[in-house]
Ligand binder design. Structure first.
Ligand code: GTP
Ligand code: MN
Ligand code: MN
Length: 404
């Protein structure tokens, strides 16, 4: 039993955008549990519950030391009754019974597998589960009509569920830079998302593209995509106008900005450069089926030959020299670039909290395009993230401390 004196009491802001959250998490036992429940809520279309668990997890991520006693949570914001129950369970029993039963539930397992397919969201997965589809085999056998994204997602399922490394992100960054420079010299590419926050792996790679001369970026995305496609770098792509622009709840924006914010969801075909060089000797690249088969030429029936050929194909697949990687591209005009960088760096909860702070505490509306002051009834211009934090009356938090 720990005495009161040994228990450190933390004083922490209730807004994640006022906290410094590094990747150094002292409470991963607790945050893993809460994040799993958040994920389960989100996959079940219970967004309110999802946010509550995300907020609780984010608060614990920001604490300077490990929580070992429930008394240390006294006075802390963001911890609701349900989250506290989960925390108590983990502290007392090492695991949360609710988390364990969720993990083992047929529904959660199916939701994880099905939403692991690129292009499949919670709603689609839920519909499939109601039709008795719980895994990829059942999905393939069901004859469900898949859209283009889902087909690509299924085809590259294993690759896309393998975390992307920083080295792979950098390799893709070079390709994107080359594409952008080829179609519009002077353009700039910024790495955003989790990698900008210092994460070592991610589920995708996020890039923001702009040009220092306002207006030059118009029409850039289709050209970049065409270049990438012509070089064989894309396995899938879908370019859409950013849906935020069409939403009615944001502040009114000048019509001139309407068409400029484009997003491309893509799947890159990334050649495993280093591995290929180090593990595969030069001559092996030119191997023909006959060369592989030659040592086994005792094969005297068609069936045996067919078996050997199949082995060869499996061998080739295991030496696959490329892999599929999810990449998000966004083009922003330079006048909105600071807002776009801030909006696309994340984390998702940090962004949500910035917008909540802006609205509730400052009577301002923040988006990835602009900051509108509802009191002064005007847009606030910014060319850096620092300026935006200053407008919001917040201490500047660098990307590496936005891992809420
Ligand atoms: P991993 O990719 O899982 O490593 O994490 P991540 O933080 O990079 O997440 P993700 O790639 O999903 O998103 C990166 C940032 O872009 C987050 O801050 C999101 O809030 C933001 N984002 C994602 N989709 C949209 C969108 O459609 N519009 C806007 N404005 N922002 C988005
Ligand atoms: Mn990302
Ligand atoms: Mn992304």
């Amino acid at each position: 039993q720990i005495s009161e004196a040994e228990v450190a009491l933390f004083s922490v802001s209730s807004y994640a955008c006022q906290r410094r959250t590094t990747l150094d998490n002292h409470n991963s036992n607790l945050t893993d549990a809460l994040s799993l429940l958040a994920e389960n809520a989100e996959l079940s279309n219970e967004d309110g519950r999802g946010v509550a668990f995300r907020r609780a997890a984010a608060l614990l991520k920001a604490l300077p030391t490990q929580v070992i006693s429930i008394s240390q949570t006294r006075g802390l914001p963001c911890l609701g009754e349900h989250s506290l129950r989960v925390i108590k369970d983990v502290l007392e029993n090492g695991v949360s019974s609710e988390v364990e039963s969720t993990k083992q539930s047929k529904r959660y397992k199916a939701l994880k597998i099905l939403t692991g397919i690129f292009g499949v969201g919670a709603k689609t997965a839920d519909r499939w589960i109601r039709e008795g589809i719980y895994n990829l085999e059942q999905l393939r056998d069901s004859g469900q009509t898949l859209n283009r994204a889902q087909k690509a997602g299924l085809e590259h399922y294993d690759d896309l569920n393998e975390p992307v490394t920083k080295a792979e992100a950098d390799a893709i960054g070079e390709i994107v830079q080359k594409a952008v420079n080829s179609v519009l010299p002077g353009s700039e590419v910024a790495l955003t998302g989790g990698f900008r926050r210092g994460k070592l792996t991610g589920h995708d790679v996020d890039f923001l593209i702009t040009h220092p001369e306002e207006g030059k970026e118009v029409g850039l995305m289709p050209k970049v995509v065409a270049w990438l496609e012509s070089q064989g770098f894309l396995l899938y792509q879908k370019t859409t106008r950013n849906s935020y622009l069409e939403s009615k709840d944001g502040p009114a924006r000048p019509a001139s900005n309407m068409d400029r914010f484009e997003r491309c969801f893509s799947i890159f075909k990334l050649t495993k450069r280093k591995e290929q060089e180090s593990t595969q000797p030069e001559e092996q690249n030119d191997l023909k089926t006959e060369d592989i088969l030659r040592p086994h030429m005792q094969a005297d029936t068609d069936q045996q030959l067919c078996e050997l050929s199949k082995n060869y194909q499996m061998e080739a697949a295991s030496h696959k020299i490329w892999r599929a990687v999810r990449v998000d591209l966004v083009v922003s005009p330079i006048s909105q670039f600071a807002f776009a960088v801030l909006g696309w760096t994340g984390s998702k909860l940090f962004e949500r909290e910035l917008r909540r702070w802006a609205g509730h505490e400052k009577n301002m509306s923040l988006s990835s395009h602009a900051l509108f002051d509802n009191t002064q009834n005007k847009y606030l211009r910014a060319t850096s993230e620092e300026e935006i934090f200053a407008y919001l009356g917040l201490e500047y938090i660098p990307p590496s401390e936005r891992n809420a």
